[in-house]
Design a protein around this ligand. Structure first.
Ligand SMILES: NC(=O)c1ccc[n+]([C@@H]2O[C@H](COP(=O)([O-])OP(=O)(O)OC[C@H]3O[C@@H](n4cnc5c(N)ncnc54)[C@H](O)[C@@H]3O)[C@@H](O)[C@H]2O)c1
Length: 414
Protein backbone atom coordinates (compact mmCIF):
# COMPACT_ATOMS: atom_id res chain seq x y z
CA UNK A 1 0.00 0.00 0.00
CA UNK A 2 1.30 3.45 -0.88
CA UNK A 3 0.63 5.38 2.31
CA UNK A 4 1.21 8.74 0.67
CA UNK A 5 -2.15 8.25 -1.10
CA UNK A 6 -3.98 7.83 2.16
CA UNK A 7 -6.30 10.76 2.84
CA UNK A 8 -6.88 12.39 6.22
CA UNK A 9 -10.37 12.74 7.67
CA UNK A 10 -11.34 15.23 10.38
CA UNK A 11 -14.44 14.51 12.46
CA UNK A 12 -16.54 17.45 13.67
CA UNK A 13 -18.96 16.37 16.42
CA UNK A 14 -18.22 12.92 17.85
CA UNK A 15 -21.55 11.70 19.19
CA UNK A 16 -24.02 8.90 18.55
CA UNK A 17 -23.86 8.51 14.77
CA UNK A 18 -20.09 8.87 14.61
CA UNK A 19 -19.72 5.89 16.93
CA UNK A 20 -22.55 3.93 15.34
CA UNK A 21 -21.69 4.37 11.68
CA UNK A 22 -18.76 6.68 10.79
CA UNK A 23 -16.12 5.06 12.99
CA UNK A 24 -17.00 1.47 12.00
CA UNK A 25 -16.82 2.51 8.33
CA UNK A 26 -13.60 4.51 8.73
CA UNK A 27 -11.93 1.81 10.84
CA UNK A 28 -12.63 -0.74 8.10
CA UNK A 29 -11.14 1.15 5.14
CA UNK A 30 -7.47 1.57 4.42
CA UNK A 31 -7.96 4.40 1.93
CA UNK A 32 -8.16 7.09 4.62
CA UNK A 33 -7.82 7.50 8.36
CA UNK A 34 -9.11 9.82 11.07
CA UNK A 35 -6.37 12.39 11.59
CA UNK A 36 -8.30 14.65 13.93
CA UNK A 37 -11.47 15.17 15.95
CA UNK A 38 -13.17 18.30 17.22
CA UNK A 39 -16.13 18.35 19.61
CA UNK A 40 -17.27 21.05 22.02
CA UNK A 41 -17.26 18.19 24.52
CA UNK A 42 -13.63 17.11 24.60
CA UNK A 43 -14.47 13.91 26.48
CA UNK A 44 -16.68 12.81 23.57
CA UNK A 45 -13.80 13.42 21.15
CA UNK A 46 -11.37 11.43 23.31
CA UNK A 47 -13.81 8.53 23.70
CA UNK A 48 -14.41 8.45 19.95
CA UNK A 49 -10.65 8.43 19.29
CA UNK A 50 -10.20 5.44 21.62
CA UNK A 51 -13.15 3.62 20.07
CA UNK A 52 -11.70 4.21 16.59
CA UNK A 53 -8.23 2.93 17.47
CA UNK A 54 -9.72 -0.12 19.25
CA UNK A 55 -11.79 -0.94 16.17
CA UNK A 56 -8.76 -0.57 13.91
CA UNK A 57 -6.78 -2.87 16.14
CA UNK A 58 -9.54 -5.50 16.17
CA UNK A 59 -9.80 -5.34 12.39
CA UNK A 60 -6.02 -5.41 11.87
CA UNK A 61 -6.18 -2.21 9.84
CA UNK A 62 -2.77 -1.57 8.20
CA UNK A 63 -3.14 2.16 8.99
CA UNK A 64 -3.29 1.59 12.75
CA UNK A 65 0.14 3.01 13.59
CA UNK A 66 -0.43 6.01 11.31
CA UNK A 67 -3.75 6.66 13.07
CA UNK A 68 -2.25 6.16 16.54
CA UNK A 69 0.41 8.77 15.83
CA UNK A 70 -1.71 11.12 13.81
CA UNK A 71 -5.21 11.19 15.30
CA UNK A 72 -5.31 14.48 17.22
CA UNK A 73 -7.96 16.17 19.30
CA UNK A 74 -8.42 19.83 18.28
CA UNK A 75 -9.98 22.57 20.43
CA UNK A 76 -10.30 24.73 17.37
CA UNK A 77 -12.54 23.75 14.46
CA UNK A 78 -10.39 25.77 12.07
CA UNK A 79 -7.18 24.02 13.17
CA UNK A 80 -8.85 20.66 12.55
CA UNK A 81 -10.11 21.74 9.13
CA UNK A 82 -6.65 22.98 8.11
CA UNK A 83 -4.99 19.70 9.09
CA UNK A 84 -7.12 17.26 7.02
CA UNK A 85 -8.27 16.53 3.44
CA UNK A 86 -11.90 15.66 4.24
CA UNK A 87 -14.10 17.32 6.86
CA UNK A 88 -16.72 14.88 8.18
CA UNK A 89 -19.50 16.85 9.93
CA UNK A 90 -21.76 15.15 12.47
CA UNK A 91 -22.80 17.95 14.82
CA UNK A 92 -26.51 18.74 15.34
CA UNK A 93 -27.99 20.22 12.10
CA UNK A 94 -27.89 23.84 13.36
CA UNK A 95 -24.06 23.76 13.18
CA UNK A 96 -23.52 21.91 9.90
CA UNK A 97 -23.20 24.90 7.57
CA UNK A 98 -20.70 26.74 9.72
CA UNK A 99 -18.36 23.74 9.33
CA UNK A 100 -19.18 23.25 5.63
CA UNK A 101 -18.30 26.89 5.00
CA UNK A 102 -14.98 26.66 6.84
CA UNK A 103 -14.11 23.46 4.99
CA UNK A 104 -14.81 25.06 1.61
CA UNK A 105 -12.84 28.18 2.48
CA UNK A 106 -9.85 25.95 3.13
CA UNK A 107 -10.41 23.90 -0.04
CA UNK A 108 -11.46 20.65 1.69
CA UNK A 109 -13.86 17.91 0.67
CA UNK A 110 -16.98 17.48 2.80
CA UNK A 111 -19.05 14.67 4.25
CA UNK A 112 -22.10 16.02 6.07
CA UNK A 113 -24.67 14.23 8.16
CA UNK A 114 -28.26 14.53 7.08
CA UNK A 115 -30.02 16.92 6.92
CA UNK A 116 -27.64 19.47 5.36
CA UNK A 117 -29.15 22.22 7.54
CA UNK A 118 -32.30 22.99 9.53
CA UNK A 119 -33.88 24.63 6.53
CA UNK A 120 -33.02 25.62 2.97
CA UNK A 121 -33.19 29.27 4.08
CA UNK A 122 -30.12 28.70 6.27
CA UNK A 123 -28.06 28.31 3.08
CA UNK A 124 -28.85 31.90 2.12
CA UNK A 125 -26.69 33.00 5.04
CA UNK A 126 -23.70 31.25 3.46
CA UNK A 127 -23.42 32.68 -0.07
CA UNK A 128 -19.88 31.26 -0.36
CA UNK A 129 -21.31 27.73 -0.04
CA UNK A 130 -23.92 28.39 -2.72
CA UNK A 131 -21.25 29.85 -4.98
CA UNK A 132 -18.83 26.95 -4.55
CA UNK A 133 -21.65 24.39 -4.80
CA UNK A 134 -22.26 25.56 -8.35
CA UNK A 135 -18.76 24.57 -9.45
CA UNK A 136 -15.27 23.91 -8.19
CA UNK A 137 -13.44 20.66 -7.70
CA UNK A 138 -14.51 19.86 -4.15
CA UNK A 139 -16.51 16.72 -3.49
CA UNK A 140 -19.50 16.47 -1.22
CA UNK A 141 -21.51 13.56 0.11
CA UNK A 142 -24.54 13.67 2.40
CA UNK A 143 -24.53 10.76 4.82
CA UNK A 144 -27.78 8.87 4.18
CA UNK A 145 -26.41 5.36 4.45
CA UNK A 146 -29.39 3.44 3.00
CA UNK A 147 -28.38 4.16 -0.57
CA UNK A 148 -24.95 2.62 0.07
CA UNK A 149 -26.64 -0.65 1.00
CA UNK A 150 -26.25 -3.44 -1.60
CA UNK A 151 -29.90 -4.39 -1.27
CA UNK A 152 -31.13 -0.90 -2.03
CA UNK A 153 -28.72 -0.85 -4.98
CA UNK A 154 -30.12 -4.24 -6.10
CA UNK A 155 -33.61 -2.68 -6.13
CA UNK A 156 -32.37 0.21 -8.23
CA UNK A 157 -30.77 -2.23 -10.68
CA UNK A 158 -34.01 -4.22 -10.99
CA UNK A 159 -35.90 -1.03 -11.78
CA UNK A 160 -33.25 -0.02 -14.32
CA UNK A 161 -33.61 -3.49 -15.89
CA UNK A 162 -37.28 -2.67 -16.43
CA UNK A 163 -38.90 -5.23 -14.09
CA UNK A 164 -41.67 -2.81 -13.08
CA UNK A 165 -42.05 -1.28 -16.53
CA UNK A 166 -42.73 2.44 -16.76
CA UNK A 167 -42.70 3.95 -13.27
CA UNK A 168 -46.08 5.22 -12.05
CA UNK A 169 -45.72 5.70 -8.30
CA UNK A 170 -43.24 5.21 -5.46
CA UNK A 171 -43.65 4.92 -1.70
CA UNK A 172 -40.97 4.91 0.95
CA UNK A 173 -41.32 4.69 4.68
CA UNK A 174 -38.87 5.19 7.49
CA UNK A 175 -40.10 4.38 10.92
CA UNK A 176 -38.22 4.58 14.16
CA UNK A 177 -38.92 3.10 17.55
CA UNK A 178 -38.14 6.26 19.45
CA UNK A 179 -34.64 5.07 20.31
CA UNK A 180 -33.10 6.15 23.56
CA UNK A 181 -30.52 8.44 22.03
CA UNK A 182 -33.34 10.42 20.46
CA UNK A 183 -35.12 10.84 23.78
CA UNK A 184 -32.02 12.54 25.08
CA UNK A 185 -31.88 14.76 22.04
CA UNK A 186 -33.71 18.04 21.65
CA UNK A 187 -34.71 16.86 18.15
CA UNK A 188 -37.61 15.07 19.79
CA UNK A 189 -39.34 18.13 21.12
CA UNK A 190 -37.60 21.29 19.90
CA UNK A 191 -38.32 22.56 16.37
CA UNK A 192 -35.20 24.73 16.47
CA UNK A 193 -32.89 21.76 16.88
CA UNK A 194 -33.29 20.07 13.47
CA UNK A 195 -35.77 22.52 11.93
CA UNK A 196 -38.63 20.05 12.36
CA UNK A 197 -39.39 16.59 13.69
CA UNK A 198 -39.48 13.09 12.23
CA UNK A 199 -39.48 14.45 8.68
CA UNK A 200 -36.15 16.25 9.21
CA UNK A 201 -34.66 13.51 11.36
CA UNK A 202 -35.46 10.24 9.59
CA UNK A 203 -37.27 11.56 6.50
CA UNK A 204 -33.84 12.01 4.80
CA UNK A 205 -33.37 8.23 4.61
CA UNK A 206 -36.79 7.66 3.05
CA UNK A 207 -36.25 10.60 0.70
CA UNK A 208 -32.79 9.36 -0.31
CA UNK A 209 -34.19 5.90 -1.12
CA UNK A 210 -36.94 7.41 -3.26
CA UNK A 211 -34.52 9.71 -5.07
CA UNK A 212 -32.00 6.91 -5.64
CA UNK A 213 -34.57 4.47 -7.01
CA UNK A 214 -36.06 7.09 -9.31
CA UNK A 215 -32.58 7.85 -10.62
CA UNK A 216 -31.38 11.09 -12.15
CA UNK A 217 -34.27 11.22 -14.63
CA UNK A 218 -36.72 12.64 -12.08
CA UNK A 219 -36.76 15.83 -10.07
CA UNK A 220 -39.01 16.91 -7.21
CA UNK A 221 -41.25 19.86 -8.14
CA UNK A 222 -43.99 20.13 -5.51
CA UNK A 223 -45.12 18.76 -2.17
CA UNK A 224 -48.50 18.19 -0.55
CA UNK A 225 -48.58 17.20 3.10
CA UNK A 226 -51.30 14.69 4.02
CA UNK A 227 -50.62 14.51 7.72
CA UNK A 228 -48.25 16.13 10.17
CA UNK A 229 -48.84 15.49 13.83
CA UNK A 230 -47.36 14.99 17.25
CA UNK A 231 -48.94 11.74 18.35
CA UNK A 232 -47.12 12.15 21.68
CA UNK A 233 -47.72 15.87 22.37
CA UNK A 234 -46.00 15.96 25.76
CA UNK A 235 -42.75 14.20 26.65
CA UNK A 236 -41.33 13.08 29.93
CA UNK A 237 -37.72 14.01 29.45
CA UNK A 238 -35.15 13.76 32.22
CA UNK A 239 -34.70 17.20 33.75
CA UNK A 240 -37.60 18.62 31.74
CA UNK A 241 -40.73 16.72 32.81
CA UNK A 242 -43.91 17.53 30.90
CA UNK A 243 -42.05 19.07 27.96
CA UNK A 244 -44.38 20.27 25.21
CA UNK A 245 -43.45 18.81 21.86
CA UNK A 246 -43.15 21.40 19.10
CA UNK A 247 -42.41 19.00 16.25
CA UNK A 248 -44.20 16.20 14.42
CA UNK A 249 -43.47 12.56 15.18
CA UNK A 250 -45.49 11.39 12.18
CA UNK A 251 -45.36 12.94 8.71
CA UNK A 252 -47.05 11.78 5.50
CA UNK A 253 -45.94 13.73 2.52
CA UNK A 254 -46.71 13.41 -1.20
CA UNK A 255 -43.93 14.61 -3.48
CA UNK A 256 -44.59 15.31 -7.15
CA UNK A 257 -41.68 14.15 -9.33
CA UNK A 258 -41.31 15.25 -12.92
CA UNK A 259 -39.12 13.76 -15.65
CA UNK A 260 -37.54 15.51 -18.62
CA UNK A 261 -40.54 14.63 -20.82
CA UNK A 262 -42.80 16.51 -18.42
CA UNK A 263 -44.47 13.37 -17.07
CA UNK A 264 -45.38 13.54 -13.37
CA UNK A 265 -45.65 10.79 -10.77
CA UNK A 266 -46.41 10.79 -7.07
CA UNK A 267 -43.96 9.78 -4.39
CA UNK A 268 -45.48 9.08 -0.98
CA UNK A 269 -43.09 9.41 1.92
CA UNK A 270 -43.76 8.59 5.55
CA UNK A 271 -41.40 9.43 8.38
CA UNK A 272 -42.59 8.31 11.76
CA UNK A 273 -40.90 7.95 15.13
CA UNK A 274 -43.61 5.92 16.79
CA UNK A 275 -46.30 4.82 14.42
CA UNK A 276 -46.66 2.66 11.37
CA UNK A 277 -50.03 3.65 10.08
CA UNK A 278 -49.74 4.52 6.42
CA UNK A 279 -49.06 1.02 5.27
CA UNK A 280 -52.13 -0.24 7.11
CA UNK A 281 -50.60 -2.51 9.67
CA UNK A 282 -49.55 -5.03 7.08
CA UNK A 283 -46.12 -3.61 6.66
CA UNK A 284 -45.78 -1.80 9.95
CA UNK A 285 -46.76 -4.72 12.09
CA UNK A 286 -44.43 -7.07 10.27
CA UNK A 287 -41.48 -4.74 10.23
CA UNK A 288 -38.88 -4.13 12.79
CA UNK A 289 -38.01 -0.49 12.47
CA UNK A 290 -36.52 0.81 9.63
CA UNK A 291 -37.15 1.24 5.95
CA UNK A 292 -39.72 0.04 3.48
CA UNK A 293 -39.69 0.77 -0.25
CA UNK A 294 -42.37 0.12 -2.83
CA UNK A 295 -42.43 1.08 -6.51
CA UNK A 296 -45.31 0.64 -8.94
CA UNK A 297 -44.93 0.48 -12.68
CA UNK A 298 -46.92 -0.64 -15.70
CA UNK A 299 -45.73 -4.24 -15.21
CA UNK A 300 -46.05 -4.68 -11.47
CA UNK A 301 -45.26 -3.59 -7.94
CA UNK A 302 -41.85 -4.17 -6.46
CA UNK A 303 -41.63 -4.17 -2.68
CA UNK A 304 -38.53 -4.16 -0.55
CA UNK A 305 -39.34 -4.65 3.08
CA UNK A 306 -37.14 -4.20 6.06
CA UNK A 307 -33.82 -2.61 5.29
CA UNK A 308 -31.93 -1.82 8.48
CA UNK A 309 -29.53 1.10 8.73
CA UNK A 310 -26.21 0.80 10.49
CA UNK A 311 -27.57 -0.97 13.48
CA UNK A 312 -25.77 -4.26 13.06
CA UNK A 313 -28.87 -6.43 13.31
CA UNK A 314 -29.50 -9.14 10.79
CA UNK A 315 -32.47 -8.61 8.57
CA UNK A 316 -34.52 -10.78 6.30
CA UNK A 317 -34.02 -9.97 2.68
CA UNK A 318 -36.49 -10.81 0.02
CA UNK A 319 -38.04 -8.47 -2.45
CA UNK A 320 -41.35 -9.31 -4.02
CA UNK A 321 -42.61 -8.37 -7.44
CA UNK A 322 -46.36 -8.64 -7.91
CA UNK A 323 -47.28 -8.57 -11.57
CA UNK A 324 -50.20 -6.43 -12.63
CA UNK A 325 -53.17 -7.93 -14.36
CA UNK A 326 -51.99 -11.50 -13.81
CA UNK A 327 -53.93 -12.71 -10.84
CA UNK A 328 -51.81 -14.17 -8.11
CA UNK A 329 -48.63 -14.15 -10.12
CA UNK A 330 -45.67 -13.17 -7.99
CA UNK A 331 -41.95 -13.29 -8.23
CA UNK A 332 -39.64 -13.26 -5.24
CA UNK A 333 -36.09 -11.99 -5.53
CA UNK A 334 -33.73 -13.39 -2.97
CA UNK A 335 -30.41 -11.84 -2.10
CA UNK A 336 -27.33 -13.07 -0.40
CA UNK A 337 -27.20 -11.62 3.09
CA UNK A 338 -24.65 -8.79 2.91
CA UNK A 339 -22.05 -8.29 5.60
CA UNK A 340 -23.59 -6.41 8.51
CA UNK A 341 -22.80 -2.70 8.39
CA UNK A 342 -21.53 -2.97 4.80
CA UNK A 343 -23.17 0.37 3.96
CA UNK A 344 -20.83 2.12 6.40
CA UNK A 345 -17.72 0.69 4.79
CA UNK A 346 -19.09 1.34 1.29
CA UNK A 347 -19.87 4.96 2.14
CA UNK A 348 -16.41 5.97 3.32
CA UNK A 349 -14.44 3.70 1.01
CA UNK A 350 -16.29 4.95 -2.07
CA UNK A 351 -15.91 8.61 -1.17
CA UNK A 352 -12.14 8.32 -1.52
CA UNK A 353 -12.62 6.88 -5.03
CA UNK A 354 -14.99 9.78 -5.79
CA UNK A 355 -12.35 12.30 -4.66
CA UNK A 356 -9.75 10.56 -6.82
CA UNK A 357 -12.11 10.73 -9.80
CA UNK A 358 -12.40 6.96 -10.02
CA UNK A 359 -16.17 6.83 -9.63
CA UNK A 360 -19.25 9.03 -9.43
CA UNK A 361 -20.70 9.85 -6.03
CA UNK A 362 -24.05 8.30 -5.12
CA UNK A 363 -25.37 11.69 -4.05
CA UNK A 364 -24.20 15.28 -4.22
CA UNK A 365 -24.74 18.80 -2.92
CA UNK A 366 -27.71 19.41 -5.23
CA UNK A 367 -29.44 16.37 -3.75
CA UNK A 368 -28.86 17.68 -0.20
CA UNK A 369 -30.11 21.15 -1.11
CA UNK A 370 -33.18 19.82 -2.96
CA UNK A 371 -34.09 17.67 0.04
CA UNK A 372 -34.22 20.80 2.20
CA UNK A 373 -36.51 22.47 -0.33
CA UNK A 374 -38.81 19.43 -0.37
CA UNK A 375 -39.04 19.30 3.43
CA UNK A 376 -39.50 23.07 3.69
CA UNK A 377 -42.30 22.87 1.12
CA UNK A 378 -43.85 20.04 3.16
CA UNK A 379 -43.99 22.18 6.30
CA UNK A 380 -45.37 25.11 4.33
CA UNK A 381 -47.96 22.82 2.74
CA UNK A 382 -49.04 21.65 6.19
CA UNK A 383 -49.39 25.26 7.31
CA UNK A 384 -51.26 26.47 4.21
CA UNK A 385 -53.29 23.30 3.53
CA UNK A 386 -52.22 23.48 -0.13
CA UNK A 387 -49.77 21.84 -2.48
CA UNK A 388 -46.57 23.94 -2.54
CA UNK A 389 -44.08 23.99 -5.40
CA UNK A 390 -40.37 24.12 -4.64
CA UNK A 391 -40.24 27.47 -6.43
CA UNK A 392 -43.01 28.81 -4.16
CA UNK A 393 -41.14 27.58 -1.13
CA UNK A 394 -37.95 29.34 -2.20
CA UNK A 395 -39.87 32.63 -2.56
CA UNK A 396 -41.43 32.20 0.87
CA UNK A 397 -38.10 31.31 2.53
CA UNK A 398 -36.27 34.24 0.95
CA UNK A 399 -38.49 36.62 2.95
CA UNK A 400 -36.80 35.60 6.19
CA UNK A 401 -33.44 36.88 7.39
CA UNK A 402 -33.17 34.58 10.40
CA UNK A 403 -33.77 30.82 10.39
CA UNK A 404 -35.43 30.67 13.85
CA UNK A 405 -38.08 33.19 12.71
CA UNK A 406 -38.81 31.12 9.62
CA UNK A 407 -39.09 27.92 11.68
CA UNK A 408 -41.47 29.68 14.10
CA UNK A 409 -43.60 30.80 11.17
CA UNK A 410 -43.70 27.36 9.53
CA UNK A 411 -44.85 25.78 12.78
CA UNK A 412 -47.13 28.63 13.89
CA UNK A 413 -50.29 26.59 13.34
CA UNK A 414 -48.82 23.30 14.60
N1 LIG B 1 -27.41 8.84 9.40
C1 LIG B 1 -28.04 8.43 10.48
O1 LIG B 1 -28.57 7.32 10.55
C2 LIG B 1 -28.13 9.35 11.64
C3 LIG B 1 -28.57 8.88 12.89
C4 LIG B 1 -28.56 9.78 13.97
C5 LIG B 1 -28.16 11.10 13.79
N2 LIG B 1 -27.78 11.52 12.55
C6 LIG B 1 -27.38 12.93 12.30
O2 LIG B 1 -26.07 13.11 12.86
C7 LIG B 1 -25.94 14.42 13.42
C8 LIG B 1 -25.57 14.27 14.88
O3 LIG B 1 -26.55 13.50 15.54
P1 LIG B 1 -26.17 12.55 16.79
O4 LIG B 1 -27.37 11.72 17.06
O5 LIG B 1 -24.87 11.89 16.57
O6 LIG B 1 -26.05 13.66 17.92
P2 LIG B 1 -25.21 13.62 19.27
O7 LIG B 1 -25.77 14.69 20.13
O8 LIG B 1 -25.11 12.23 19.80
O9 LIG B 1 -23.74 14.07 18.80
C9 LIG B 1 -23.44 15.38 18.39
C10 LIG B 1 -22.04 15.72 18.90
O10 LIG B 1 -21.73 17.02 18.42
C11 LIG B 1 -21.15 17.78 19.46
N3 LIG B 1 -21.42 19.20 19.18
C12 LIG B 1 -22.57 19.91 19.37
N4 LIG B 1 -22.43 21.15 18.88
C13 LIG B 1 -21.18 21.23 18.38
C14 LIG B 1 -20.44 22.27 17.76
N5 LIG B 1 -20.97 23.46 17.51
N6 LIG B 1 -19.16 21.99 17.37
C15 LIG B 1 -18.59 20.80 17.61
N7 LIG B 1 -19.24 19.77 18.22
C16 LIG B 1 -20.52 19.99 18.59
C17 LIG B 1 -21.81 17.30 20.74
O11 LIG B 1 -21.01 17.54 21.87
C18 LIG B 1 -21.94 15.79 20.44
O12 LIG B 1 -20.84 15.05 20.87
C19 LIG B 1 -27.28 15.11 13.14
O13 LIG B 1 -27.20 15.83 11.94
C20 LIG B 1 -28.27 13.96 12.98
O14 LIG B 1 -29.36 14.27 12.15
C21 LIG B 1 -27.73 10.67 11.50
Amino acid sequence: MNESNVLKVGIVGAGFIVKKSHIPGLAATSKCYIAGLHDINEVAAREARKFYLDQMEQGDNPLLSKAKNGCNIHDSLEELVKSVDIVDIATPPAYHLEAVSLALNHGKHVICEKPLARNWQELLQYPEIMEKAAGGDWKFQLHTQGIWHPIVKAGRDLIADGVVGEIQQIRTLHQGADPKHTVKLASLWDKHHSGGGALMDIGPHAYAGMWYWLDAGWEPVAVETQLLEATVPVREIAGKPGTKVTVEDDAHVTITWKNKDGREIRGDLEASWNKKDWHEGKVGSRLAPDLYYEITGTKGILTFPNVMLSFRKPFGIAAGLKFKGKKGEKHAYKFKLPKKGIEDLNFFDEFIDVIKGERKGRNDFKFAEEMLLVFGAAYLSSKSGKKVTLKEYKKYAENFKETPALIDDLFSSF
